[in-house]
Design a protein around this ligand. Structure first.
Ligand code: HEC
Ligand code: HEC
Length: 283
């Protein structure tokens, strides 16, 4: 019986160390991050700081006209046969960053965020020097444009999602994904070349990444990464992708770990039974 008690105590100690110490260390070492997350209730998929929007029930046909008038000079929309108006090099030279193709943008960006972004890109993105101008559109025109974009959008996952949402600035070189904008243009526009995201999940962890992407200024005040307004579903999809590419053998390792644990438990049981048997004969 004594051995069993010792085993139980050991299990408790290992459990506390495993599940308790790490979060504790985290909250001590990253105090300002935890404070910011708490203060802004991150992630905030409602983007509450931006206020409300009118009902998003626009007219897609009118939205298409408005898109062609106000957006197609910078953005392509391949899903409706509208090509990018400039090649990436020319676009990067003009804006510092290649304006993204908007085919699927409503599937991964919060529509509420999108409304505010089109109305006032600098305010919504919290990046004062953002290269997309505010165009003074009426609310109705914006709502129509969102309806038009939404009528063409399809869901994208994993690598595709990464390329469409982050790929104008970030690379994931281990995946052979290279930022669409040349690094020197990005450096000029943003003050630095955005980091490669191949193994960012290992470096920063999901807890931090989810909050950072949701509101970069809260965690890195003064940063030149714009808030991009990913919705919850897309954030989760992207986290899964970043986790997988940062550690491609993780699933396999967890499986092997479980098998080893099960094996050890069986051995402990057998050893215990064997010991009991021997001692019984001696007593
Ligand atoms: C003068 C060029 C220009 C015009 C006109 C323009 N954009 Fe942009 N847009 C940009 C650039 C450049 C970016 C990338 C900015 C960045 O990431 O820093 C961008 C980014 C975006 C994004 C990505 C936002 C995100 O969440 O990451 C959306 C959506 C967008 N534009 C929609 C529109 C719509 C809709 C219109 C028309 C009403 C429009 N844009 C007109 C240049 C333009
Ligand atoms: C307009 C360009 C741009 C876009 C679009 C963009 N980023 Fe960034 N990102 C940056 C820049 C610039 C930095 C460096 C920020 C700094 O150090 O201040 C950065 C930094 C980061 C970091 C590192 C944060 C840290 O604490 O070191 C992560 C993670 C990140 N971005 C994720 C993303 C993801 C995911 C997306 C797409 C959903 C995205 N970014 C879209 C420009 C961009």
């Amino acid at each position: 019986m004594k051995e069993l008690k010792i085993l139980l105590v050991l299990i408790v100690i290992v459990g506390v160390t495993y599940w308790g110490i790490e979060p504790l260390a985290h909250s001590i070492m990253h105090k300002h991050i935890e404070e910011a997350i708490h203060k802004y209730h991150l992630p905030d998929y409602e983007f509450s700081d931006l206020g409300s929007t009118p009902p998003l029930d626009g007219d897609a046909a009118k939205g298409k006209e408005a898109f062609q008038m106000f957006c197609a000079s910078c953005h392509g929309l391949k899903a409706d046969g509208i090509p990018a108006p400039m090649d990436p090099k020319t676009a990067a030279a003009s804006f510092g960053v290649v304006p993204p193709d908007l085919s699927n943008v409503t599937s991964f960006t919060s529509k509420k965020f999108l409304f505010h972004f089109i109305k006032d890109p600098a305010k919504a993105s919290e990046f004062k020097k953002i290269a997309m101008p505010a165009m003074g559109l009426q609310d109705e025109q914006i709502v129509d444009i969102i309806a038009y974009l939404d009528s063409k959008a399809k869901k994208v996952h994993g690598a595709e999602l990464f390329k469409e949402a982050c790929g104008r600035c970030h690379s994931a070189k281990y995946q052979k994904i290279y930022a669409e904008t040349p690094p020197d243009a990005l450096k000029k526009y943003l003050g630095k070349v955005p980091p490669d995201l191949s193994i960012i999940m290992k470096a920063k962890g999901e807890h931090y990444l989810v909050a950072f992407i949701n509101k970069p200024q809260a965690l890195l005040p003064g940063t030149s990464m714009p808030r991009v307004g990913l919705n919850k579903e897309a954030t989760e999809d992207l986290m899964h992708y970043l986790d997988r590419i940062a550690d491609p053998h993780k699933e396999q390792r967890v499986k092997v770990g479980l098998i080893v644990l099960a094996y050890m438990l069986v051995m402990v049981g057998l050893t215990y039974a064997w010991k009991k048997k021997i001692w019984k004969n001696i007593h």
